[in-house]
Design a protein around this ligand. Structure first.
Ligand code: DQA
Length: 156
């Protein structure tokens, strides 16, 4: 059966303070701004025939609501940088396991090479996988994986 249009959609969800990318501690997070990253990924997704939805929020409930909405919209894959929610948000983790939408966890920095308390993520155990420490190219790699998976290339 043909996949629905929405199941060919990817949600890029970014957590708190990632709206400050570009100026926020560039030695850790690089110089690309979030609008630049979102535009780049949207262009790649479009070329691959996949729709990209983007949300950055500083509010936990907004992120939970967006994940629940993604289920109703039949979004097929989520790319998530939970940022500081990584360490605190059982609610967002529960939303992801509730909707059963596969997701990749992305962090620009290598959270294992920083303060010890950054190393434990609530999301890693329920994610398809994690991409850490590759700067903003981690998002591009996550999108390539999502495209391969949605298009059923067999490699994802
Ligand atoms: C981050 C790493 C987190 O530890 C931090 O709280 C962030 C950004 C990253 O992308 O490297 O906000 O998720």
């Amino acid at each position: 059966m043909a996949k629905s249009i929405k199941s060919q959609s990817v949600l890029l969800l970014n957590g708190p303070n990632l709206n400050l990318l570009g100026t926020r501690e560039p030695h850790l997070y690089g110089r690309d701004t979030l609008p630049q990253i979102e535009r780049r990924l949207a262009a790649r997704a479009k070329a691959a025939g996949v729709k990209l939805e983007c949300l950055q929020t500083n509010h936990e409930g907004v992120a939970v609501d967006r994940v629940q909405q993604a289920k109703r919209e039949r979004i097929g894959f989520i790319i998530l940088n939970p940022a500081a929610f990584t360490y605190s948000s059982i609610a967002l983790r529960d939303a992801l396991t509730a909707v059963q939408i596969p997701f990749l966890e992305v962090h620009l920095s290598n959270i294992h090479a920083r303060e010890p308390w950054r190393a434990h993520s609530h999301f890693t155990a329920v994610a398809v996988g994690s991409i850490l420490g590759l700067g903003s190219s981690g998002y591009d790699l996550a999108l390539e994986y999502a495209i391969g998976r949605l298009k059923g290339s067999g490699r994802a």
